[in-house]
Design a protein around this ligand. Structure first.
Ligand code: NAP
Length: 238
């Protein structure tokens, strides 16, 4: 028998955060969608979000060994190194994981935003493929360390395997939709945290999304549905 999902309202972000302190051993995806299913508005996720959702995103990072994103998201959202609060650093220290999680960017082109290189103590990880033009620049000191998974494009199953082989077992994937599709296709999603925004966004095309290869949709189990400030925070496990 499985536990019933927690369904209700929460009073504040601290209460909300307590429902996310058990990341799976594998990929936890975190995404926000408008009530009509858009993943962005005008090319950014920000217009769909709210301070509580932003706060939750930072909290989830504190529970992760690595933050995995597609390069489209890293560029659109101008990603930089993860910054943790003092409390997050203390918790991680107590668990023997003192360093903040690195950002691992899936990319064939190797075009990463400059801000990701702003802290030499926290270089990004480039997750690329053998035929990437960026691969040959790797290791010259100015480029991030790279993981090579796949030939023409990144094999996301292999990428997850490589991260895990390097001790990064709690993988927080922050999107975008293209990378999420590929992880779903590879049956690599252990958990998905979805924020449903009280907004309608209309058609908002993102990325170069291909039809899924799945024969049936992958079934998930609801762990919680928590309302705060008209937003709905959902967590599903595989
Ligand atoms: N709603 C949300 O929660 C959420 C979350 C994240 C992002 N977003 C939004 O989504 C939009 C970006 O979407 P997107 O689908 O373009 O983003 P994405 O999945 O982050 O990035 C796509 C890019 O990632 C690289 N990539 C992905 N799979 C690859 C593979 N198998 N092999 C090699 N490279 C691979 C490629 O980079 P290269 O071009 O460098 O080769 C590709 O162009 C933005 O508007 C962002 O604001 C929304």
């Amino acid at each position: 028998m499985t536990d019933s999902p927690r369904v209700g309202a929460v009073g504040d972000i601290t209460e909300l955060a307590s429902f996310y302190a058990d990341p799976p051993d594998g990929v936890r995806a975190n995404m926000i969608f408008s009530a009509d299913g858009a993943a962005a508005f005008g090319g950014r996720a920000g217009p769909l979000s709210c301070p509580t959702d932003q706060h939750l995103l930072r909290i989830l990072r504190g529970f992760a060994d690595v933050v995995l994103v597609g390069a489209g998201t890293a560029r659109a959202e101008n990603y930089g190194p993860v910054r943790l609060t003092d409390a997050q650093r203390e918790n991680r220290h107590a668990e023997g994981r003192p360093a903040p999680p690195p950002i691992a960017v899936v990319s064939r082109s190797g075009e990463l935003p400059a801000r990701l290189f702003s802290d030499p103590d926290q270089p990004p990880i480039l997750v690329t493929c053998a035929r990437s033009p960026a691969r040959h620049a790797v290791g010259d000191g100015a480029r991030p360390p790279a993981m090579v998974a796949g030939d023409d494009s990144v094999d996301v199953s292999r990428a997850v395997e490589l991260l895990r082989e390097h001790g990064m077992r709690r993988i927080l994937c922050e999107g975008g939709p293209t990378l999420l599709d590929e992880l779903v296709d590879a049956d690599a999603i252990a958990e998905i945290c979805v924020t449903l925004a009280p907004k309608l966004a209309g058609g908002q095309p993102v990325g170069l999304r291909r039809p899924a290869q799945l024969s049936v949709p992958a079934a998930m189990r609801l762990e919680h549905a928590l309302a705060y400030d008209d937003y709905l925070f959902l967590k599903y496990r595989r």
